[in-house]
Unconditional design. Structure first.
Length: 229
């Protein structure tokens, strides 16, 4: 999982404002007898379009990424939204065994406190009841780190340099959820087993204000409850 560290480095501190991050990944599902997934995302890693932080968490939102895709058993898993959210959480509370099992990771995600990084995408018109998806589609990549791998000060001060020294995660997983009706529900839980990252150049568009040609920019719906100050 060493490539994840390179991914974080590029995501948080790109060497050039004219470079984009291209991240590819793949792995195997654990809640099916068999099945694989693979994905790709490309974004301007130098500058998130929105940065939000509160005690113990940091959210980076990229609205001008160029492309993304996800294949489930070589079939497209469609999302009408290319916005990417990277969400850091310090000391995420232990996940209950029931919740772990419900997410498809029984016996895989330990029910202990973690530091986490979640990268999420979701369809534009998703509907939720609380945190439960009622209609739409979403997927999340979550890296679980040992508790106190990073702390609230790192996140609140936007100490990106400090975050670059993250070790390999305990676990790197994918969650996929689609709900379009009871006969078409799909929930997948998998382990990321391979990944790759590279920096690619962005080409400026000759328009006033150095406007970049970046592709679709829609709304990100996924969020988690904020920690109390």
């Amino acid at each position: 999982m060493k490539i994840l560290l390179a991914f974080l480095s590029l995501l948080l501190y790109s060497a050039s404002p004219y470079a984009a991050l291209q991240f590819t990944y793949g792995g195997d599902f654990v809640n099916f007898i068999s099945g694989t997934f693979s994905g790709q995302m490309t974004l301007n890693a130098f500058a998130p379009n929105y940065v939000d932080s509160a005690p113990g968490d940091l959210r980076l939102i990229y609205t001008e990424n160029t492309s993304s895709s996800l294949l489930i058993n070589n079939q497209p898993f469609s999302l009408d939204n290319h916005i990417i959210t990277a969400y850091f959480l310090d000391d995420e509370p232990a996940i209950s065994e029931a919740n772990v099992a419900d997410r498809g990771f029984a016996g895989i995600i330990p029910s202990i406190i973690h530091d986490t990084l979640t990268i999420s995408m979701s369809s534009l018109d998703n509907q939720y009841s609380g945190s439960d998806l009622v209609s739409g589609a979403e997927f999340l990549l979550t890296a679980f780190f040992d508790r106190d791998t990073f702390n609230a000060t790192d996140l609140e001060s936007h100490d990106y340099q400090g975050l670059l020294n993250l070790p390999e995660p305990r676990l790197f997983v994918l969650e996929v959820n689609r709900k379009l009706g009871s006969s078409e529900d799909f929930r997948g839980a998998g382990i990321v087993t391979n990944s790759n990252v590279q920096s690619i150049p962005l080409q400026p568009v000759p328009l006033p204000g150095a406007i970049w040609l970046m592709g679709s920019a829609l709304a990100c719906v996924y969020s988690r409850p904020r920690k109390a100050a």
